[in-house]
Design a protein around this ligand. Structure first.
Ligand code: FES
Ligand code: FES
Length: 178
């Protein structure tokens, strides 16, 4: 993961250690063993079960969260690597303009079926919209979602939804500043 320190290694420091994470704007001090995964800290330690587990190997994107506003697969990141980092989960993301526009547009465009992939897609799309201001092409949407696998919908409804959300996000931003 870019920008994160290396994973703990070797036999030193094997006991749980108090680790501070800033999750959805609130600082938490949690005991984390060297092999405690961020996804488990979020779901089990903090009860933030909106973050889903699909593959557990960094391949499907269901567990995507934002670490310092960059999408990260939380199933392959150790909690201790996130010491002091700012983490945003889907519970926070859907309260933002980009996240709200994305979740509503995914439903409107038929981009949601079983829903396991949906939180990760909303998080990845929100990062894209926030970074770009919504000025994105369809190909850029596809690229930003390349790490998010959906087994149900096909990708047309998802891509349509994120493109629609980008347009709404862009238009709303212009209306706010005009
Ligand atoms: S559960 Fe993390 S990438 Fe699949
Ligand atoms: S809606 Fe079921 S995996 Fe995407």
């Amino acid at each position: 993961m870019s920008g994160l320190p290396n994973a703990p290694s070797g036999s030193r420091d094997l006991v749980p250690r108090a680790t501070t994470l800033v999750v959805n704007g609130t600082a938490h001090v949690l005991d984390a063993a060297p092999d405690t995964l961020l996804v488990d800290t979020l779901r089990t330690g903090l009860g933030l079960t909106g973050t889903k587990v699909g593959c557990g190997t960094g391949d499907c994107g269901a567990c995507t969260v934002l670490v310092d506003d960059e999408p990260v697969c939380s199933c392959i990141v150790f909690t201790r690597q996130c010491e002091g980092r700012r983490i945003r989960t889907v519970e926070d993301v859907v309260t933002t303009p980009a996240g709200r526009a994305t979740s509503e547009a995914l439903v409107a465009c038929g981009g949601v079926q079983c829903g396991i992939c949906t939180p990760g897609i909303v998080v990845s799309a929100t990062a894209l919209l926030e970074h770009s201001g919504g000025e994105v092409s369809r190909d850029q949407v596809k690229g930003a979602l390349a790490g998010n696998i959906c087994r149900c919908t096909g990708y047309i409804g998802i891509t349509d939804g994120v493109c629609q959300a980008a347009q709404r996000f862009r238009d709303d931003a212009k209306a706010r500043t005009s």
